[in-house]
Every structure is written in structure tokens, then in C-alpha cells.
Ligand binder design. Structure first.
Ligand code: GLY
Length: 601
């Protein structure tokens, strides 16, 4: 077994070499989070990151020949590794990883949340995607997150409680995929997490830090408080052995009765009772929402790029389109010649990203409810967007463009808020099946409401709180049964039609920039996947250039300011996991900013 982590749970600051050639400083567990320069109202809230940076560990590139798995927690990676070692499929490994993540990284994803899967099937040589996103309750109205005067609620007033909870999709997604692509028994895949829940696991520094930081919100509901705090009311400390008998019981039931039992039996009933019976901020989920929940298979959204096809999740995720637009615009410039030390390269990437985010805010939502332009990834359209960029000078104005659209609709720009959280899993099995999965309960610790040993999501706050702006509807407004727009960007890059790179990240709407950076670093700048992940994060979504605090990215400040950007130095807490497939050798990397590892044989 080869591991990418030299230090499994390192809490002290450390130094490692960055690909830019200077020491990358570590970031403190609870470092300061509020930058001074912020633009739009949504960004003000977006800067209160609930999943704060934890310590940075040194990770080295992992190589293997037969299979590989990379996930956000060593226990979860190990669960997937053991399945693959016994001949399990990528989907088998995914089930084991997800069940373990829901236990050991409960703040980020789990049975109470939703996920997107990009899947390459070696037998049919086809790529497809599966949408296990949460749905808005049938009883929900567009005004769910507005007060009596129609004013949007404060973010955490909306998040904490039952109001924000959408119908969870992750369990059905795992069950449906396993029925289609599983080789091992469903029961055997749930066993490792069931055993760990019963025997206990050691609370990681990242989880302990997150609990301490969220103390007030996590104390609001008794079941949640009892789980995350000790008998004296103190947040669980690092290395506390934490048992979760309720989670073990839930997995035992799912193992026996199957994933669908989650949606029709006592678990669904408990969740409905819980969200409708809280002491405050009641939710609207009903049994009917559970019984009618469906996982949707959707065609992958792909961008031809050099000799590759960059494929990912289309709507309701904005991921693949926005990542695709960034890459489709920047490929009109010679980024390879400029290299990662060029401020001009970052100006072009930043402005391409701003243009892509402008389209995202105007046009992208759940296309089962809202029509979307056909031409968002059209070659000529992206060429016209690239022409707006002036090398060496930041764009002064950025607006959504006018891509081809057969049935145009007047829409207002979106003002939804997405905070960094979530988890990513990349897997390739011995037969060449590959899966890229981003999975979430939305905010760190989701709605803070717990049932049956897991946290319930707050995914509905990924909708725009406002429904209209200046009389025009917002595409991502809340509607009953609709899936909130996501930024999750699970990606599989194909080369000659076969998986070449499997990658993704958590991080709210910054996911898009984290993934785009990694793709550019590897495909344009030739960095191996670990170095591409390590490369300091530099992102621009809405005008302000975010540079990763304590890293060489800070040195770009003067040049970017001279070009006209506002700059904010801040934690940029990606959690990338990537695998590159190169002539039968797998090379894996995990993000040093979080606790993940890659393992393979
Ligand atoms: N809730 C994070 C996302 O879906 O982008």
C-alpha cells in the first residue's frame, strides 16, 4: 500500500516546497477569515467560511499500476482501497468511501446530503453522469428564504434548522449505482463504516477544529450537541474516540433492507418528524418528497480541449459549464508559454473566470425547470468572450454574454450564496472504470439538524434567496421539486476517449476555480498532479482577485493591483483529489490543505 501522506494528522505548522519554488507556509487551524476587500453583498457572507483551513501537510505523488482511490480522509480512502484490492469495482469502492466519509468527515457529506457522479464505464467506453442532488420540498414556495416584507433572510437564519433541508439524494444515488455497476454485495460495502461507527474512530484535527469553530450553532439542537460535545459541554478534542451507534444502526438497516428503504421506512419518517418538529425554523420536507425522489442520469457536459475532452456535471450543477468556459476562453492565449509565474497568465485566467461567472449567474440553474442557452460552450461564442480580454489590463466591466439561445428568456443575475464545504472522491479500478464524485451536505455541518446518526443538509440555501430582480426572474430561484444550482465540478478528462485525469474539489463556488487551476497547471504547465494541486490558489469570480494567504500567491498582489484588480489575501481551502492515468501508471495526489490521501496498488 502506498500513501500520499507522510503525516496522517499533523496539527503543527510545517513548510513544504511549492511548485513556484518558494516555501509554502502553512495555514493555522483557525486562522482569520475576513478579508478587507469585498465586492458584492453575497461575497460578504461568502467570506465567513464555516469549513476553515486546517493545517497543511506534506503530500507526495502516489503511483500505482492496478487501481487508485483518493478521498478526503485516510479512513475513507482505506475503505475504498480495501474494496479495490479485493477486486471490487470503482462504484463498489465509492459506496464504501461515501459511507465512511459520512461518519469520519460528517461536516462535509453523508447520508443526509446529495452528490454528483461522473462515471466512465470501461465495458461500454462511455462517459455519463448521475445527479443525486437534493430537491426542494413540494410544499416549498419561492419565498422560503424571505421575510414578511420579501427581504432575503440572513444566511445563517436560513441555514440552521429544518427550513433549508432538501430531500437527500446520496443514499439512493449509491444504491442505484451499486445495482448498475456493483460487483461486491451491498451489505459488505457498508460493513467497514458500520464497524467503525460501533467501535469508534479518532476525531481528526480538522473535525475537532470545525466543531470548536461552530460551537454556538452546533449546540442549538440536543441530538447534535450530544454528539459533537463531551459530557462537560466542551467541543470534542482531537483524537477523542467517537462512537456513533445510531449511524451503525442506520447502516445495519440499509445493509439489510437496501438503499430504497431510506426513502420509505422509519428513517424517512424520523427525518420528516425531526425537521417539522424542531423548536424553531421548521422545515417542509414530507414523506411524499422522499417517496418521489429520483436519481437522474444525465449526459456528460464536455469541452474539447487540445487533444482532450474535459467532461463533467451539467445542470443543475454549474460546474462543467463554468470550468469549460474558463478553459475554453483561456485556450485562446498561450498560457503554456507564459507559465505559472506570469502575472499576465493569472490576469487572463481571472478575467476568463469573471466572464464565466457572469454567464453562470444569469443562465445556469436546474434545466428541468428553467430553460438555458444552448451555446454556453460553443466555440465561436467562447472565442468572442476571449476577445473581450486585454492582456495586461483587468476588465473594468463584466457582464453575461449572449450565447446562442433558441428560445430566449429575460433573466436577472443571480444572488445566491455558497459557502465552502463538501468533499471529493476520485477512483479508478483495475478494469479501467473511473468515477469522479463531489458530495455534500452544503454548509459545514449542514443544517446542524441530526437524525439517525447523520447530519441533514442545508442544500436549499444554494437557491437564490430572492426570486426576482428589477422585475426579471432569477433562474436559480426556489421552486417545489427543483434542484438548487451547484458549483460542484467532478471532472473526468478523456484522452483518446479513455480516462486521463479524474479530479474535483470542495469549496462552494470556489470549487470551479480550484478545478480550473489544477487542469491548467497539469495540461498547460506540465505539473504532475500533486504539484498541480499544491499550486497556490488564485481565483477571481466577481472582480476581487483572491490570493491564497501565506503562499507565494501573495507576491502577485502588486502586479494584479497595477492591472486594475482589487486583491484579497485569504485562506483558500481547496480539497482537491486527483488521479492521472498515464500509460498504465496511475499517479494520484491529495490536497495538502486538508486530510485526504491517495492510495493504490
Ligand atoms: N453546496 C455546494 C455546491 O453544491 O456547490
Amino acid at each position: 500500500m502506498k500513501s500520499s501522506s507522510k503525516h496522517r494528522y499533523k496539527t503543527k505548522a510545517s513548510l513544504h516546497r511549492s511548485p513556484l519554488g518558494t516555501a509554502l507556509l502553512t495555514v493555522g487551524l483557525l486562522s482569520s477569515l475576513l478579508p478587507s476587500t469585498i465586492q458584492a453583498a453575497s461575497q460578504v457572507t461568502d467570506d465567513i467560511a464555516p469549513e476553515a483551513a486546517s493545517s497543511v501537510t506534506t503530500k507526495s505523488l502516489v503511483t500505482s499500476k492496478q487501481f487508485m482511490v483518493a478521498a478526503a480522509n485516510p479512513l475513507a480512502t482505506k475503505a475504498g482501497y480495501e474494496v479495490l484490492q479485493k477486486g471490487g469495482s470503482a462504484i463498489d469502492a465509492l459506496v464504501a468511501v461515501q459511507m465512511m466519509l459520512g461518519l469520519v468527515e460528517p461536516q462535509s457529506s453523508g447520508l443526509g446530503g446529495g452528490a454528483f457522479v461522473v462515471y466512465y464505464d470501461a465495458k461500454t467506453q462511455k462517459i455519463t453522469t448521475f445527479d443525486g442532488r437534493e430537491t426542494a420540498p413540494q410544499a416549498a414556495t419561492p419565498e422560503l428564504f424571505q421575510d414578511a416584507t420579501g427581504k432575503p433572510l440572513g444566511f445563517y437564519n436560513a441555514v440552521v434548522g429544518g427550513r433549508s433541508v432538501g430531500t437527500p439524494g446520496t443514499v439512493k444515488l449509491m444504491g442505484d449505482l451499486h445495482k448498475k455497476y456493483g460487483k461486491h454485495s451491498w451489505k459488505s460495502l457498508l460493513k467497514p463504516a458500520q464497524k467503525t461507527a460501533k467501535e469508534g474512530f479518532l476525531v481528526s484535527p480538522r473535525l475537532a477544529g470545525a466543531i470548536a469553530k461552530d460551537k454556538a450553532r452546533l449546540s442549538r439542537y440536543p441530538e447534535t450537541k450530544a454528539y459533537f460535545f463531551d459530557e462537560n459541554g466542551a467541543p470534542l478534542a482531537v483524537n477523542t474516540r467517537l462512537k456513533n451507534p445510531a449511524y451503525a444502526k442506520t447502516l445495519k438497516q440499509l445493509a439489510k433492507k437496501g438503499a430504497d428503504s431510506f426513502y420509505s421506512g422509519n428513517i424517512a419518517k424520523d427525518i420528516v418528524k425531526k425537521v417539522q418538529g424542531l423548536s424553531d425554523n421548521l422545515g417542509l420536507l414530507s414523506l411524499n418528497d422522499f417517496q418521489s425522489y429520483k436519481v437522474k442520469e444525465r449526459a456528460a457536459t464536455c469541452l474539447p480541449y487540445k487533444q482532450y475532452d474535459i467532461c463533467g456535471m451539467g445542470p443543475p450543477s454549474s460546474g462543467a459549464i463554468t470550468v469549460g468556459q474558463i478553459l475554453g476562453i483561456t485556450q485562446h492565449f498561450d498560457l503554456a508559454a507564459m507559465g505559472p509565474k506570469s502575472a499576465q497568465a493569472w490576469q487572463i485566467i481571472g478575467d476568463a473566470s469573471r466572464l464565466a461567472f457572469a454567464d453562470r449567474g444569469r443562465y445556469i440553474a436546474d434545466t428541468d425547470f428553467v430553460p438555458m442557452p444552448q451555446g454556453l460552450l460553443d466555440k465561436d461564442y467562447l472565442a468572442s468572450r476571449a476577445k473581450l480580454i486585454v492582456p495586461g489590463q483587468a476588465l473594468t466591466e463584466v457582464e453575461a454574454g449572449t450565447p446562442e439561445w433558441k428560445t430566449p428568456l429575460a433573466l436577472a443575475d443571480d444572488i445566491s450564496i455558497e459557502l465552502p464545504s463538501t468533499s471529493h472522491i476520485s477512483i479508478i479500478d483495475a478494469e479501467g472504470n473511473a468515477v469522479s464524485v463531489t458530495t455534500t451536505i452544503e454548509n459545514g455541518f449542514g443544517s446542524r439538524v441530526m437524525s439517525n446518526g447523520f447530519l441533514l443538509n442545508n442544500e436549499l440555501t444554494d437557491f437564490s434567496f430572492a426570486s426576482f430582480k428589477n422585475g426579471y426572474p432569477i433562474a436559480n430561484r426556489l421552486e417545489p421539486g427543483k434542484r438548487p444550482r451547484s458549483s460542484m465540478s467532478p471532472t473526468i478528462v478523456l484522452k483518446d476517449g479513455k480516462p486521463y485525469l479524474i479530479v474535483g474539489s470542495p469549496g462552494g463556488s470556489r470549487i470551479i476555480g480550484y478545478v480550473a487551476k489544477t487542469l491548467i497547471a497539469h495540461l498547460e504547465w506540465g505539473m504532475d498532479i500533486q504539484s498541480a494541486i499544491n499550486l497556490p490558489n488564485m481565483l477571481n469570480r466577481f472582480g476581487t482577485y483572491d490570493l491564497e494567504k501565506g503562499t507565494p500567491a501573495e507576491s502577485f498582489r502588486p502586479s494584479l493591483e497595477a492591472m486594475g484588480f482589487k486583491v484579497s489575501i485569504r485562506d483558500l481551502n481547496s480539497g482537491l483529489q486527483g488521479i492521472v492515468v498515464d500509460s498504465q501508471t496511475f499517479r494520484g495526489g491529495a490536497d495538502p490543505r486538508r486530510e485526504g490521501i491517495a492510495l493504490g496498488d
